[in-house]
Design a protein. Structure first.
Length: 350
């Protein structure tokens, strides 16, 4: 396809015509690859595209144009850190609309990804694939030595499927059992400002995040242990404030005295009506596990959305297929499996 053109441009630098082409492409992309997930309004996506990334997030965006329309894209990034625990890693997502595949376009996009990675001496690529893509994506990656390393299970909790019998009986027990601990619920802005202004809290949160990250099941993903710093968590806070107009975030923390021992995060788009609520990480320090804390935080999360946003349709979560404990908790609450997706990893070779 000789009239194919690939341009490198971040959406916040696009003119209005290019933004509209991108919005058309995103709708087609989601209909073909994420048919079961809601598509945000064009106005919401437009605002999201205009967000300028944090200066420490190094990004390359490529778009494939054919006869005046976008038919594919790639998003590649890494975080610039003073002490990078994984200096060889880079994350990338690349996609070509199904009707334009097997024409060499994916190979051209992948070459752009490789060029960007090698420019910064990043030699290991990580990416994710959804099952609806069929065999095209897996075969494309496997032919380049990029192999499936982690299986993630996506589950949904629809409001009419909440297991209230389990929640009500379990909550009564855990209210008493966990009464020695303190609960705090923070929205995105309050949590971010607390991290930015309170040195002790930022130090504690960095320590908590380092321990929890080491406990996340990564199956066959090869990665060094991340050691998070105050600078890292404050960058997260800055990122959160940067998108607070578009995304609301609720964090529920549990403390033993002033030590963070557990947290659970959820977020949803400020694009009414609220249909879906996403769960982020629910983590408990190892010394405090097997007390029902993760279950209790998830119950508190469900209660929050029932009380504050009763219009929501479902809450969704994803967990490693090997994370039997969290998967069991989700099933008890009423979550039902929806689909799996795979994370791939491999060396970038010349």
């Amino acid at each position: 396809m000789n009239n194919v053109k690939i341009i490198d441009i971040h959406p916040h630098n696009m003119d209005e015509n290019m933004i509209e082409l991108n919005l058309d492409y995103i709708e087609k992309k989601y209909r073909s690859s994420r048919r079961d997930d809601p598509i945000r309004s064009r106005e919401f996506i437009k605002k999201e595209l205009k967000i300028i990334p944090h200066k420490n997030i190094i990004i390359s965006r490529n778009y494939v144009l054919l006869d005046g329309i976008i038919i594919g894209d790639s998003y590649t990034r890494f975080i610039k850190k003073e002490n990078d625990d994984n200096p060889d890693k880079i994350w990338s997502k690349f996609f070509v609309l199904p009707e334009y595949r097997k024409k060499g376009i994916g190979s051209k996009l992948f070459l752009k990804v490789k060029e960007f990675a090698m420019k910064f001496n990043r030699t290991t690529i990580e990416t994710g694939l959804f099952p609806i893509d069929g065999d095209d994506g897996p075969n494309f990656l496997k032919n380049r030595g990029i192999l499936p390393k982690l299986n993630e299970k996506v589950s949904r909790l629809y409001k009419d499927n909440i297991n209230w019998d389990f929640i009500n009986s379990t909550e009564k027990i855990l209210d008493i059992k966990l009464s020695k601990y303190r609960i705090e619920t923070l929205n995105a802005v309050d949590w971010s400002n607390k991290l930015i202004s309170d040195d002790e809290y930022a130090k504690e949160y960095a320590d908590f995040s380092t321990e929890i990250d080491a406990l996340i099941p990564m199956e066959d993903i090869e990665r060094n242990q991340e050691i998070f710093t105050i600078d890292d968590v404050r960058r997260w806070a800055e990122d959160t404030l940067n998108t607070a107009e578009l995304w609301s975030e609720i964090r529920i923390f549990m403390y033993h005295n002033n030590r963070i021992i557990a947290s659970s995060t959820t977020f949803y788009p400020n694009d009414p009506p609220i249909e879906d609520v996403a769960t982020g990480l629910t983590g408990v320090r190892k010394a405090y596990q097997r007390q029902g804390i993760a279950t209790y935080l998830k119950i508190r999360m469900i209660r929050y959305y029932i009380d504050e946003h009763p219009e929501f349709k479902y809450i969704y979560t994803e967990n490693a297929a090997s994370n039997d404990g969290m998967l069991s908790i989700n099933i008890s609450l009423g979550f039902k499996p929806k689909y799996d997706w795979q994370m791939y990893q491999g060396k970038i070779t010349d």
